[in-house]
Design a protein around this ligand. Structure first.
Ligand code: AR6
Length: 182
């Protein structure tokens, strides 16, 4: 686990399942535009939340790449789900800005709803095909740049699904926090 304190907000990098984060006020869904269940993160979140989540999502859809919307968490052990539509790599442009928008918009929405702790998956790095190294740099840089705006959010957790992905996020974190180190 990598932990950093910037002001009063901590960033954690862990190996785990986004649907099993009972101590997080909000979990982020790597959603589809229709906010329906799907594979990967969306499947895990909707399965654990139950059908009430899709019902609540219906009037909020469709969403655009980079956008974030918030709902209740239904049968998940959290207060909220923040649904982000990541860019499809090679299709939604500019993909780096759209991916950064996801993290920034999710954190701003969390702040507005007085969320104290939020857990993110690695948005766009599964079905949407974003190379994990590039996505990790964008995620970490955007989180670190947004932290100074945050007063309510005290804990930001990146939940990686594979050991190698966790390692890549750790490397990205080291580069962002010590940019002069080769
Ligand atoms: N917990 C944490 N991370 C996970 C989990 C989990 N339970 N399951 C997968 N990952 P993806 P995307 C990792 O495909 O690329 C869906 O079908 C996974 O290894 O969930 O944004 C939606 O309906 C990868 O690193 O999201 C959309 O159509 C990362 O989470 C589309 O896929 C994201 O993988 C969204 O694609």
């Amino acid at each position: 686990m990598e932990t950093n304190t910037t002001g009063y907000t901590r960033l954690e990098l862990i190996l785990g399942n986004i649907a099993h984060q009972p101590d997080a006020d909000a979990v982020v869904n790597a959603a589809n535009a229709q906010l329906r269940t799907g594979g990967g993160v969306a499947g895990a979140i909707h399965r654990a939340a139950g059908p009430g989540l899709e019902n609540e999502c219906r009037p909020l859809a469709p969403i655009q790449p980079g956008q974030a919307v918030i709902t209740g968490a239904h049968n998940l052990p959290n207060k909220y789900v923040i649904h982000c539509l990541g860019p499809v790599y090679g299709h939604d442009k500019p993909e780096d800005e759209l991916l950064a928008d996801c993290y920034r918009n999710a954190l701003r929405l969390a702040e507005k709803n007085r969320v104290k702790s939020i857990a993110f998956p690695a948005i766009s790095t599964g079905v949407f095909g974003y190379p994990i190294r590039e996505a990790a740099s964008i995620a970490i840089e955007t989180i670190m740049k947004t932290i100074p705006e945050l007063k309510e959010v005290k804990l930001i957790r990146m939940v990686l699904f594979a050991e190698k992905d966790l390692e890549i996020f750790r490397e990205a974190y080291k580069k962002v926090s010590k940019p002069d180190t080769p």
